[in-house]
Design a protein around this ligand. Structure first.
Ligand SMILES: [Zn+2]
Length: 295
């Protein structure tokens, strides 16, 4: 967990210069984990994990079909479909596809699955041009970070709701990691209790330039407002776009029939946001210092 986060932070330092080779090195290092298989499972209530060992993808089962939350890198789409089938679900039952953010490691299967199913793609308003262009903001020309462009059917802003059958998710604008980074909140039934779940978009610096020629206008303020916002949220179950955000593998290993669900961890989101904020402050200081050195 630590390694990937450090790698992403370190990468951000270089991206103020010429990132192409650095991006290649980074991908060579992470792609193995990102494309490694993971056995799909019911995570909590009507939420199922169908992602890989390094990229989280979820299916939400409703009374009127399936909602798919994100995909993975383009080359993992067949694996995702297998995972969905292993749980007894039909790909053709996917009616809605939601996106946390428009980076290639979460959007690589959208075009294909949308074509297969005719599902409606819903994403954050400020990520719409990225999805429809298939590029990484700030690195538009770098095809290593590209993905098949896909039409967004509905663009959402803070507080917008998406309902399918008996399930409703609320969109929260949490910009920074991407301009339209959207975290999705829903309630699940866990035994005889309701739990508040957040599919947190992400708050890492990743490949983003914070200063000089920033990846998107207002990026620093966007990150800061996101940290403040999520720290104030009352969330019982933190989920994220990569398993290391919430220690998926360790919690999965702890799951036992009749025992409390280990994914229920009130307070985890606020603690995690505090560590993200520290990493962000360090990255900002380093990028600022590099810029002042004339880098
Ligand atoms: Zn990302």
């Amino acid at each position: 967990m630590r390694t990937l986060k450090l790698a992403l932070c370190a990468l951000a330092l270089f991206s103020t210069g010429a990132p192409a080779q650095t991006v290649k090195d980074f991908l060579a290092q992470t792609m193995k984990k990102w494309t490694a298989p993971f056995e799909p499972f019911q995570l909590i209530g009507n939420i199922y994990y169908v992602g890989t060992d390094g990229i989280a993808v979820y299916v939400i089962k409703t009374s009127d079909g399936l909602i798919l939350m994100d995909t993975a890198v383009p080359q993992s789409t067949a694996m995702l479909k297998d995972n969905i089938a292993k749980l007894g679900f039909k790909e053709s039952d996917i009616k809605v596809i939601l996106n946390t953010h428009a980076h290639f490691d979460h959007t690589g299967g959208f075009a294909e699955i949308k074509k297969d199913t005719g599902a409606q793609l819903v994403a954050g308003l400020r990520d719409k041009p990225l999805l429809e262009g298939g590029y990484y903001p700030g690195d538009e020309q770098n095809t290593d970070l590209g993905f098949p462009p896909v039409k967004v059917d509905r663009a959402v802003s803070e507080g917008d709701k998406v309902t399918l059958g008996d399930t409703t998710l609320t969109a929260h604008a949490t910009p920074g990691h991407s301009p339209g980074c959207t975290s999705w909140e829903m309630t699940v039934r866990d035994g005889n209790q309701n739990r508040n779940v957040l599919f947190f978009c992400s708050g890492t610096v990743a490949l983003n330039r914070l200063v000089g020629n920033p990846t998107h206008p207002g990026i620093v303020e966007d990150y800061k407002s996101t940290y403040a916002k999520v720290k104030a949220m009352k969330i019982d179950v933190l989920l994220g776009p990569h398993p290391e955000v919430y220690g998926m593998q360790a919690k999965r290993a702890q799951m036992k029939d009749g025992a409390p669900n280990p994914f229920v961890q009130p307070g985890e989101l606020a603690a995690y946001a505090a560590t993200l904020e520290q990493d962000f402050d360090k990255a900002l200081a380093k990028q600022t210092a590099a810029l002042q050195k004339g880098n």
